[in-house]
Design a protein around this ligand. Structure first.
Ligand SMILES: [Zn+2]
Length: 250
């Protein structure tokens, strides 16, 4: 099975990410990163966003992006109406014509939705998934993830100048960064935070917040037959429970 979006993956690998999830300082990781630790302070958010834009461009060049008049694009445009600027952030939504049930967001506000996801869900559930994805941007999970990838890759570190700007990254490196975004692994806490963001967003947009819950159930029912996948996400019930709690608190 193709690797699925973090929306799906979070069911699979809750808490399994190697990221420093709680903001605590990991001295072992710091030693492993070496110089990256010092640079982490200076690799600012704007630099990471610029890198994300370049990685998105690289990713777009490797995928079949649906044209503006494509029915998938028109549908996504309808679904995301009013979201180009949301809570102070700008987003750029496009469809990849590919069967994967997938969607991802990057720190610069790039959001890509695969046509496979659009085929798998009704509009309200797609919107919920998008809300979840932009929750990762709003809460800076995407930024932190890309920053960490840059600073834990010695070749990419070398491309980062002391001044905190991102220098020349190769197409291959940008592709690696895009891969990290597409195959995002976030902590359980980050995933639940993004679920809550999506629930609130749906409410703010006058949509049914239960669509977030239904989206998870759709993914689970579609991929439940994959036994190894199913066995790897025992915390799915907890996630549904937390979504319900977020709805109750609206
Ligand atoms: Zn996620």
């Amino acid at each position: 099975m193709k690797q699925l979006t973090c929306v799906v993956a979070m069911m699979a690998v809750l808490g399994a990410s190697g990221c420093a999830q709680d903001g605590s300082f990991d001295s072992n990781k710091a030693m492993a990163v070496g110089m990256g630790v010092a640079q982490a302070v200076t690799l600012n958010e704007e630099s990471v966003k610029q890198t994300a834009s370049l990685a998105a461009k690289e990713m777009d060049s490797k995928n079949q992006v649906a044209g503006a008049s494509n029915p998938y694009s028109r549908r996504l445009e309808n679904i995301t109406a009013g979201l180009d600027n949301y809570r102070g952030l700008s987003f750029d939504f496009k469809v990849y014509l590919a069967p994967e049930v997938n969607a991802f967001a990057m720190a610069d506000g790039t959001v890509r939705v695969y046509s496979g996801l659009l085929d798998a869900m009704p509009d309200d559930q797609v919107l919920a998934v998008i809300g979840h994805e932009i929750g990762h941007v709003y809460h800076k999970h995407s930024y932190e993830q890309m920053q960490q990838k840059i600073l834990t890759d010695s070749a990419m570190q070398a491309a980062v100048s002391v001044g905190g700007t991102v220098g020349e990254l190769t197409q291959g490196q940008l592709g690696q960064l895009a891969y990290v975004a597409v195959n995002a692994r976030f902590s359980q806490q980050d995933e639940l935070e993004s679920d809550t963001f999506a629930v609130k967003m749906l409410k703010n947009l006058g949509q049914d917040p239960y669509a977030m819950k239904r989206a998870i159930q759709t993914l689970e029912s579609k991929y439940g037959s994959d036994s190894s996948f199913l066995s790897s996400h025992p915390s799915n019930k907890e996630r549904i429970k937390r979504i319900q709690k977020a709805i109750d608190q609206l």
